[in-house]
Each structure stands twice: as structure tokens, then as C-alpha cells.
Design a protein around this ligand. Sequence first.
Ligand code: IMP
Ligand code: MG
Length: 190
Amino acid sequence: MQADIEQILLKPDAISSRVDELADEIMADFPPVEPNADSLMIVPVLTGSLIFVADLVRRMPHMVRIEVVTVTSYPGTATESRGAKIVGELPADLTDRHVLIVDDIFDTGRTIEHLKEQLSTLNPASIKTCVLLRKPDRVVVEDKPDYVGFDIPDEFVVGYGLDFDGHYRNLPFIGTLHPDAISSGRGDSE
Ligand code: IMP
Ligand code: MG
């Protein structure tokens, strides 16, 4: 698996320090209104945000709720999104809650845009978005994510939750794949 990696872009230590900072920024923006009141409803986008959100929420000392949504954007070995599709139910109780959508990467931005539109029909108090990675050269939507871990070049990356054809999510770092690994289709992507 490691042999399929061409270049490591972000090592575990760099990711960890940035996740610390992101959690601090978010908690400063969402202090508890009263002791034991929920400060946030976290909505992780599965499957890609799995590792990131697990690390992020464990750095949040306040009361939060977590309700996941599952979105598929790249069936199989594609590395170009074919449009985001929500699979299954939307979170049930978002009314008057402050919602934070958490995803692995803001590529074209269409997934987050679509999800924001859908969740805003559920009458939340506010919706903010947090992504670990963004590819500024690929963005096609106007709305920007509120919290961004790292801007990266326009290259397909795997690791720390991000996959190629369902594989490599368990790598502790973020790196690019060898072209051979992409063309042989090693590696379903959400
Ligand atoms: P968007 O709708 O184009 O912003 O695409 C977002 C989704 O595509 C992300 O949630 C990822 O699941 C997937 N994605 C985009 N770029 C990459 C990448 O470089 N590696 C792995 N998955 C990616
Ligand atoms: Mg995703």
C-alpha cells in the first residue's frame, strides 16, 4: 500500500497540529451558551471525513452532537466527481441548531454546496463548513468553506480518510498516488 504513494504532502504531525488549531478556532466561535448546552451539531460527511472528524471532535471540550450524512461523489475508480448524491436520510433534528458540516476535501465545492442547500431546508440556526483540505485551483462554487486545514495543489490525494477506489483511507499521512496505482485501478470513492 505504501509503495503506491508517490509523494507525502502532509505528515501525521503537521496534520495533528493543524487539527488542534482548527478545533480551537471552531470552539472560540461556538462557546457554550450555558453550561451543558450543546454548542454545535457536527455533521460529518462520510466516508471521507471519518478520520478527520474523529480527531477534530476529541479536541472539543464543549457539548456537541454528531449526526452523520453519507454522500457518494465518485463511483469506483473515477478521480473526477460525477456530482454529489446524498445516500439515506438527512439528520433528523437540526431545527434552531448551529450546524458544522465537516468534510475531507473541498475540490470543486459542489458536494458541500449541495449538502448546505439540503440542510438549510431543515431550519438550522446557522450552517458553517469545515474541510481538512482545499484545492483552490479546482473550486467552481462561490461559497467558501469557513474553516480550512490546508490548501493543496490540484493533485489526487489519498490517506487520513481520503480514498482511491475505497482504499488507502487508513494511511496516517496524506500523499499522492503513483500514476501506476491509478491506472491499474487499485486502491470506490466517497
Ligand atoms: P467536490 O464535490 O468536487 O468538492 O468533491 C468533494 C468530494 O470528492 C470529497 O468529499 C472527496 O470525497 C472527493 N475528492 C475530491 N478530491 C479528492 C482527492 O484528491 N482524493 C480523494 N477524494 C477526493
Ligand atoms: Mg467525501
